[in-house]
Design a protein around this ligand. Sequence first.
Ligand code: HEC
Length: 240
Amino acid sequence: MRFTPLYNILFLLSLVLLTSCQHDIINQFNTISKDTVFVVTPPKGNTPGGTSVSDTICFNTEILPIYVSYCASAGCHDLGSHREGVVTTSYSYIMNGIRAKNVTGSKYYTIIGNGMPPKSSPQMTTAHIASIKKWIEQGALNTSCTNVCDTTVYTYSGAIQTILSNNCGGCHGTSPGSANVYIGNYASTKAYVTANKSIFLNAINYSTTITASKRMPPSGKMVDCKIIQIQKWINNGYPQ
Ligand code: HEC
C-alpha cells in the first residue's frame, strides 16, 4: 500500500498527538470503574501450612505498598512532587499507567527495571514485579483485603521479610535508608529494632503520641494482622 504525502503528514501528526498525552489517554482503554473496591477472601496459600483460599492479589496490602515505597518517596512520585506528572500513592493515580489484563501495555509496569526506580534508588525485587504482573493479569482491580495473614506465622523468613520489603523497602531497604533507618535484611532490622524498640513500635502502630510524619509507612497504617506478626517476631526474640 502506498501512502500519499498527505496521509504521511496525518499519520505523523497523530503519532505526535498520541505520544504527547500518553499519561492522559491510557485510561480510555480501561473499562473498570476506579471507585469500585472489591473486598475479597484473603489468599492464605503463601503462608506455610496455610490452605489456598484464593490466589487473588490484594491491591491494598500487596500492590499499593510497593508503589508507595519504591516510587512515591518525597521528591519523586508523591502528590507533592509528582515528577513527570506521575503519582503512585493511590489506586486511581496508579491506574493512569496500568491497563487491566494488558501487561505489556501497562507503562507503570514495563518501566520497572527499565529506568525506574532510578539506578541509585532501591530496586523492586523479582517477587514484587511478579505480584504486580499477576495483579494486572487478574484485571488490575482495586481489591481490598482485611484479614490477610496468619498471625501464627512470625518468623523473619516466613513473614517479616516480605512485610518489611513491601512496606518499607523503597525508603529503608538500602543503607543508610531514609532518616538513617536501615532495615533491609535480618541483621540490620534486628539491630535497629533492638536499639529503638519503642520508636519502631510507635511508628508502625501510628501512635498518637508521635508526630504524624513519623508514623510508618507514610501512606497509611498497615493492616492489624501484619503489625501483630511484627510484634510477635520482636517479643519472641527475632526468630529467623
Ligand atoms: C516513602 C518512604 C518511606 C516508607 C515507605 C517508610 N518510611 Fe520510615 N521514614 C521515612 C522518612 C522520610 C522518615 C523520617 C520522618 C521524620 O523524621 O519525620 C522515616 C522514619 C522512620 C523511623 C524513625 C522514626 C523516628 O521517630 O525517628 C522508623 C522507625 C521508620 N521510618 C520505620 C519504617 C517502617 C517500619 C516502615 C515500613 C512499615 C517505613 N518506615 C516505611 C520514609 C519512609
